[in-house]
Design a protein around this ligand. Structure first.
Ligand code: SAM
Length: 159
């Protein structure tokens, strides 16, 4: 698969999974957290899906398109490992994680802290949608929509 194919699959997976879980997430109290604001594309999709929820986006710096940039009070800048730690216990309904790099060695370092952090950000029954596989005893893997190839994107529920 070319990197272009892989990119298209990632974006399609994000859109399809987020669309698929919209009603479930709407019924769960709490904010939505976007780990990896980037260009703001998935942030823009999240705010279209969840107009009544607060969406807090995290990144090292603001690099989003000006039409897809959250209000200043909903942007948290710095290393997610540290900045999101202060949000543990916030009781998020949904955490979307889009901080994979495509480099296995770098992602392996991220995965030493990310699963625990994601579990800590969610309220029980809250969902995490992630480009990286999150192995954690409090995160129950859920089936994803059939349009997404197995192992391309991941969905978990906080137990
Ligand atoms: N979801 C975004 C979109 O749809 O436009 C794309 C996100 S992009 C793939 C990943 C972003 O995560 C980058 O902007 C990068 O700076 C940020 N990022 C990755 N690891 C991070 C970390 N440990 N702390 C803070 N930001 C991080």
């Amino acid at each position: 698969m070319s990197r272009l194919d892989s990119f298209i699959h990632r974006l399609t997976a994000q859109r399809d999974i987020l669309n698929d879980i919209r009603e479930t997430v709407d019924e769960i109290e709490g904010p939505v957290l976007e780990l990896g604001l980037g260009n703001g594309r998935t942030f823009d999709h999240l705010r279209a899906l969840f107009p009544d929820k607060r969406i807090i986006a995290f990144d090292r710096a603001v690099g989003s398109h000006k039409t897809s940039t959250p209000a200043p009070e909903n942007i948290v800048l710095g290393e997610i490992r540290e900045t999101a730690q202060t949000f543990v216990g916030v009781g998020a309904a949904l955490v979307h994680v889009d901080i994979g790099t495509g480099y296995d060695d770098k992602d392996a370092i991220t995965l030493t802290w990310l699963p625990q952090l994601a579990a800590g950000l969610l309220r029980p029954q809250g969902l995490v949608v992630s480009g990286l596989e999150l192995l954690h005893p409090q995160l129950e893997a859920l089936p994803i929509c059939s349009s997404v190839p197995v192992g391309r994107y991941f969905l978990y529920r906080r137990i």
